[in-house]
Design a protein around this ligand. Structure first.
Ligand SMILES: Cc1ncc(COP(=O)(O)O)c(C=O)c1O
Length: 493
């Protein structure tokens, strides 16, 4: 190796510029033509494997960059599921903001390691400002601590682990056999993972019953907490949801905060989906209860429309946050005042995921987000109203931007509630969900409410408009009628 090195992975600036411009042009065309595409190409697993030639052997030698980029863009653009499509209303996956796409490119170019201030000085301060702005949006104290992580599960883990270490400090009582945790039966599955990952006994989780609106039942919580305290158990946290994943229900967060204050128990709130709705001027009192939590999980890759991945944990007490995560090996030499995010979360090397969130916050400001989140909620309610007025449907719930409903064909209307009809309706609505997904016309997911399988739309999509919402009843009913005929034909064979 003499003189200047030529590494095969490097790219001359001109080649980079030309390839980059071409790629950006293709992405711009994708964005402008999104509405005319199917939501998903609906390829089977074997279809996808064939597409990418999954069994090909590892290449011995490389190939030209332009060829690779064209091939990857063709495959991805023609065959992906587009959660940026106006008719993607499944799960809680947002339409990605275009500015976030550009931010990710810039972040990769600078490639800051945001574990240590020294390795990402500007990036570290941008992350800190982003976290403070998120706290302000939720009316959480600006003095609180936080860290960006990959998503809602991780943000909940960070809050949960900080609570655990506050109750069972690293250098104190570590016998977790008496630990207990309280969360409604509607809580996202991260809670079960947290109990297992952090070594709590399986019976530590007290599953609290919900009321008819899927909200945690205070009387059940009070009773279980009192019984545990009397029995000498050690509560780690009470967990509330600011928007459950199934139906968007917001737990009675004010009453839960009162109970936590009364007993000195940590309040963790999972606001991964609904937390950002607390910024609305007309946010409910319970949503405003987020501001009283000890820790909050909140997802910029949901209602701030950041491209995946971006979650955020907010912790009220910075000392407790640091105490959970800070370990200093001899090879770390940190400056006095600098923030080193390695001290605030499980990751060591960390990417610059704050940039896409920060840039979007600057692009639209509080007012822009209030408008978009408000519009998403209004669209969900408009859908609910239209379905309610249409006798082909039964509506179940509307909370925040989640609407649940089911299609009921005329033939079954008189027998709704009877076991045989209910079994048929469950199978029918499951079939509708799959048929819609395959057709690529509309993407919805589902919820199961008290044993009833319902279709579920969740609008965290700044591209969805009233036209899209108005098209849904006929689209679902048409698909429903076809699926019902097919299912009847199958059962009569
Ligand atoms: C309430 C709630 N909590 C946690 C999560 C998990 O978030 P993520 O998929 O970003 O890990 C979700 C995901 O939809 C959610 O809705």
């Amino acid at each position: 190796m003499n003189g200047r090195r030529h590494a095969p992975i490097d790219m001359p600036a001109d080649e980079f510029r030309a390839a980059g411009h071409e790629l950006v042009d293709r992405i711009a065309d994708l964005l402008s033509g999104m509405r005319d595409r199917r939501v998903t190409a609906g390829l089977s697993v074997s279809g996808v494997r064939e597409l990418i030639d999954a069994d090909a052997v590892m290449p011995q030698h490389g190939m030209p960059v332009q060829e690779i980029l064209n091939d990857a863009a063709d495959k991805l653009i023609e065959n992906s599921l587009y959660n940026g499509h106006p008719k993607f209303l499944g799960y809680v996956t947002a339409s990605p903001a275009p500015i976030g796409m550009l931010a990710d490119l810039l972040a990769a170019a600078v490639n800051s390691n945001v574990g240590m201030f020294a390795l990402g000085p500007v990036a570290t301060e941008i992350e800190s400002q982003t976290i403070r702005w998120i706290a302000e949006l939720l009316r959480f104290p600006a003095s609180s601590s936080g860290v960006l992580v990959s998503g809602g599960n991780q943000a909940n883990f960070v809050g949960f682990y900080t609570a655990l270490r506050a109750v069972f400090p690293r250098d104190g009582d570590r016998d977790l056999s008496r630990a207990t945790v309280y969360a409604s039966s509607e809580t996202h599955t991260w809670i079960e993972k947290a109990i297992a990952m952090f070594g709590l006994p399986a019976d530590a989780l007290r599953s609290i019953r919900v009321d008819d609106d899927q909200r945690l039942l205070m009387s059940d919580l009070e009773q279980k907490l009192a019984a545990d305290i009397a029995a000498g158990r050690k509560p780690v946290a009470i967990v509330g949801s600011a928007g459950t994943v199934s139906t968007g229900a917001v737990d009675p967060l004010q009453a839960m905060a009162d109970l936590c204050a009364q007993h000195g128990v940590w309040l963790h709130i999972d606001g991964a989906y609904g937390g950002f709705a607390a910024m609305l001027d007309d946010a409910s009192e319970d949503l405003r209860g987020l501001a009283r939590a000890d820790s909050v999980a909140i997802d910029p890759h949901k209602w701030l429309y950041a491209p995946l991945e971006a979650g955020c944990a907010l912790i009220r007490d910075i000392d407790k946050h640091r105490a959970a995560y800070s370990y200093h090996p001899p090879y770390y030499h940190f400056g006095e005042a600098a923030t080193n995010y390695v001290d605030f979360g499980p990751q060591n090397s960390r990417g610059f995921r704050a940039l896409k969130v920060w840039m979007a916050l600057r692009q639209v400001g509080r007012s822009g987000y209030q408008q978009m989140i408000g519009d998403d909620i209004a669209l969900a309610h408009a859908l609910y109203d239209r379905l309610k007025a249409d006798d082909r449907f039964e509506v179940r719930t509307v909370n925040l931007s989640i609407t649940t409903f089911r299609y009921v064909p005329q033939e079954l209307r008189a027998t709704v509630g009877q076991p045989e009809a209910e079994a048929m309706l469950n199978a029918l609505n499951k079939g509708i969900q799959s048929a819609l997904e395959t057709s690529g016309e509309l993407f919805v997911s589902n919820a199961v409410i008290k044993g009833t399988y319902v279709l579920r739309t969740c609008v965290v999509n700044f591209r969805t408009s009233m036209d899209d919402i108005e098209a849904i009843p006929n689209m679902v009913a048409r698909t429903g009628a076809a699926v019902f005929e097919k299912q009847k034909a199958l059962t009569s064979q």
